[in-house]
Design a protein around this ligand. Structure first.
Ligand code: C2E
Ligand code: MG
Ligand code: MG
Ligand code: MG
Length: 273
């Protein structure tokens, strides 16, 4: 009896695993069509200056309109695309489209906005990455000042020295690099000793706690003042309410991003003052 139940359990698990696997394989195949069949779209979320409360930048966030499933979250398909290498053509498409979009947005604007594009570590560490950025800049005519690349500390995993060189080269091209998801995982202050980034983005999971966790709020103020001493700009992401916004302003956080101000939206629906 017990033996039979055990065998059934094993059977059930292996079924679960294989259906998860084929699900992944299917999505991967469908992702291949996503690019060619124009199912990918860029959404933009405003980033506000914390003092003036005006929009000074936009973060570009990828959306996949899946023919059967509707919108699939990047949190789900980006890791898949990274595993299969599809992130390289997808990421290049994102970068080029974002540059075109910001050219459109800035046409006739007195003060130009910059666009922040998320770059996967897989894409960032390609030998061809810098040349791709140069080509896209040349094709779109974008002012390098208007382009920011968001990376995470995972770019350091494969080849630390080369990643640092790449950031330096981007810097010399006038393209700024930000460190995303700061305060999560292993991202730590130690990286700031040698990463030539110009901005850090404090992760949403950290911002969420500051209103009811005095220690988190104290750490936040500490991070901001230390970042400022290193001439880094600090962005807080995931700002959802006024209490958080006020605490972030009191900590002298430079830029705020979150649903309190605006959700990511397609270019056509973007309202910019
Ligand atoms: P991220 O770069 O840290 O982007 C911020 C995420 O937080 C976005 O999720 C955004 O919609 C969400 N967010 C912003 N404000 C709030 C808020 O107030 N509350 C809540 N609950 N969420 C907020 P999204 O668009 O689902 O993207 C998730 C992640 O997927 C991104 O995290 C980024 O790591 C990745 N991703 C998105 N687009 C791209 C892309 O084009 N290329 C690459 N490589 N990764 C991308
Ligand atoms: Mg980001
Ligand atoms: Mg982030
Ligand atoms: Mg993130």
């Amino acid at each position: 009896q017990a033996k039979l139940a055990g065998r059934n359990t094993v059977h059930w698990f292996s079924q679960q695993i294989s259906s998860q696997l084929s699900e992944k394989l299917l999505l991967r195949q469908q992702l291949h069509d996503a690019l060619t069949q124009e199912q990918l779209e860029l959404y933009y979320q405003p980033i506000l200056c914390s003092d003036k409360q005006s929009v000074c930048a936009l973060e570009c966030l990828l959306r996949w309109h899946h023919p059967e499933r509707g919108m699939v979250s990047p949190a789900e398909f980006i890791p898949l695309a990274e595993e299969s290498g599809q992130i390289v053509p997808i990421g290049n498409w994102v970068l080029e489209q974002a540059c075109r979009d910001i050219m459109t947005i800035n046409k006739g604007r007195e003060i130009p906005l910059s666009v922040a594009v998320n770059i996967s570590a897989v894409q960032f560490t390609q030998i061809t990455f810098l040349q791709t950025v140069r080509d896209i800049m040349a094709r779109t005519g974008i002012d390098p000042e208007c382009l920011e690349l968001e990376i995470t500390e995972s770019v350091l995993m494969a080849d630390e020295d080369r990643a640092i060189d790449t950031i330096h080269t981007l810097d010399s091209m006038g393209v700024r690099v930000s460190l995303d998801d700061f305060g999560t995982g292993y991202s730590s202050l130690a990286y700031l000793r040698f990463l030539p980034v110009h901005k850090i983005k404090i992760d949403r999971s950290f911002v969420r706690e500051i209103a009811h966790n005095k220690r988190d709020n104290a750490i936040l103020s500490g991070i901001v003042s230390m970042a400022h001493k290193l001439n880094l700009i600090v962005v807080a992401e995931g700002v959802e309410d006024e209490v958080q916004a006020q605490l972030l302003r009191e900590s002298n956080c430079d830029l705020l991003q979150g649903f309190l101000y605006a959700k990511p939206q397609p270019l056509a629906r973007l309202v910019l003052k």
